[in-house]
Design a binder for this molecule. Structure first.
Ligand code: SF4
Length: 474
């Protein structure tokens, strides 16, 4: 099959789009002119495919999601022309370079958002229609096909996160599916940086040849301290390798950090990973024990051959005058349900600060972000950052950049040149590793490893990878 790419801002799409095509000759202006070059290519290709008896299809953005971009009404006409010229199927996608979030959709884009378009095309044209776009729910995927809203589905990231997605669906092993969480951290964010593809939920992605889970020659008693993503991934892989695995977690809710992570608006897709790991723990028979480990002696009763420390990281509190007052709270506590008043200043405008700002702004609070650097959101991924700024602007979140907090008072925050009236101050100023027990553990047990944020506070993708790699090497 040959598919002609008429989407995503590539050459032919850039001719079709009034957003990018500013020509004043016969290749620019009305649709008929904008279509001229793509249709010239398409007709030649259709002829060649027909002669060679090769199926010929097109891929096109259903909508460019730009004010002056290519809209569905015109796309419908292009599809009609393409079918008349020999296209045997239409594959629908969305967006272009200036609306890349619709091309590789982060979690704030609704699942199956292109299905109404495929349905419409199917009503009008008599060729198979393929649809893409955040299809990461088995129920949704099956419904689209059963209700004939599309004939086929195009899935990319869902197969990076779980290469057995289709097989698992075929066997109805739905709770075994490791769904893509639409974070873009390992896939498109890496591509934008010229790196290879990896995956937040699948440490094997991109390393399929060298990273494999095999039966361990010597079965060991493995004790994992901490049930965040790094610890649970280590436990999953160690158990699959045949070891006897116990996970010890102090929190009553075994995977509390996941809930904090999923609390801000449009971030609940992270819970798919939590659900996957929880289900795996139950199905594989990993023991999960609730206990606070305060010393190496607390672990002795488990008689571990191997200890994996996955105790994560905690928020740091910057040394600001007044930071210990009662109305100063940590961002994680706010995301976990701590109540704040109407006027809130957030100290720190990185990922955690901006996510907390979204969370509070959505709840109707008047929020000001205070950031020492010259911009907020510097660690927010490229497919998320535009939407983040839009969200903050829509919710009137104030931003003070190049701003240093001199003092926190009961009802205000003092900056170098101004004061901000507050009911509460929220701290989002970085993390430090929870590694207090590390040296003691290393002295007490012969084989101790560390995984995730306890090594260095970073992203979940790093936690997953370290959990996997540590466990396969036991
Ligand atoms: S890195 Fe994130 S978005 Fe990319 S495939 Fe994996 S889970 Fe999906």
């Amino acid at each position: 099959m040959i598919e002609l790419h008429l989407a995503h801002g590539y050459l032919l799409h850039s001719f079709l789009s009034p957003h990018s095509n500013k020509r004043e000759d016969e290749y620019g202006g009305p649709l008929e002119n904008r279509m001229r070059f793509p249709m010239e290519v398409l007709k030649e290709l259709a002829k060649m495919c027909a002669n060679a008896d090769v199926a010929f299809t097109i891929r096109i953005s259903a909508d460019e999601y730009l004010e002056d971009g290519l809209k569905f009404e015109e796309v419908l006409k292009i599809c009609q022309e393409a079918v008349n010229a020999g296209a045997q199927a239409i594959s629908l996608t969305a967006g272009s370079y200036d609306s890349v979030a619709y091309t590789i959709q982060p979690m704030f884009i609704e699942q199956g958002f292109l299905v109404p378009y495929s349905k419409k095309i199917k009503e009008i044209l008599d060729v198979p229609v393929i649809v893409a776009g955040r299809l990461n729910d088995a129920d949704l995927m099956e419904r689209i096909i059963e209700t004939e809203e599309a004939d086929m589905l195009a899935i990319g990231r869902g197969l990076i996160s779980d290469e057995e997605l289709v097989v698992k669906m075929k066997h109805k092993d739905y709770d075994q599916i490791r769904y893509c969480v639409a974070c873009n951290q390992g896939c498109i964010d890496n591509v934008f940086q010229g790196k290879g593809i990896t995956c937040l939920v699948n440490a094997r992605a991109g390393f399929e040849a060298e990273r494999n889970i095999t039966e361990a020659e010597e079965k060991k008693r493995v004790v994992v301290v901490g049930a965040g993503p790094a610890g649970l991934e280590a436990a999953r892989v160690a158990k699959l390798s045949g070891h006897d695995v116990t996970v010890i977690e102090k929190s009553k809710d075994q995977r509390g950090k996941f809930d904090i992570l999923a609390a801000p608006p449009e971030k609940d897709s992270f819970l798919l990973y939590k659900d996957y790991l929880s289900t795996q723990m139950a199905q594989l028979g990993v023991d999960i024990v609730e206990e606070t480990i305060s010393s190496a002696a607390d672990l002795e009763k488990y008689r571990p051959d191997k200890v994996i420390i996955a105790t994560g990281a905690s928020q740091t509190v910057p040394p600001i005058v007044g930071v210990n007052m009662g109305h100063v709270v940590l961002a994680e506590d706010v995301l976990d349900g701590a109540q704040v008043g109407e006027n809130v200043a957030i100290v720190g405008g990185g990922l955690v600060g901006t996510e907390t700002a979204k969370f509070l702004a959505e709840a109707g609070k008047k929020v000001t972000i205070i950031e020492m650097a010259d911009a907020i959101g510097k660690d927010v991924g490229p497919t998320f950052v535009g939407h983040m700024f839009e969200f903050l602007a829509e919710h009137n979140v104030a931003q003070k950049t190049n701003a240093k907090v001199l003092e926190i008072k009961e009802d205000r925050v003092l900056l170098e040149n101004e004061e901000i009236v507050v009911d509460n101050v929220v701290i989002a100023a970085g993390y430090q590793a929870n590694n207090e027990l590390l040296e003691e553990m290393k002295k007490a047990f012969p084989d101790v490893s560390t995984v995730g944020d306890v090594n260095l506070p970073r992203r979940i993708i790093d936690a997953t990878e370290e959990g996997f790699l540590t466990a396969v090497s036991i």
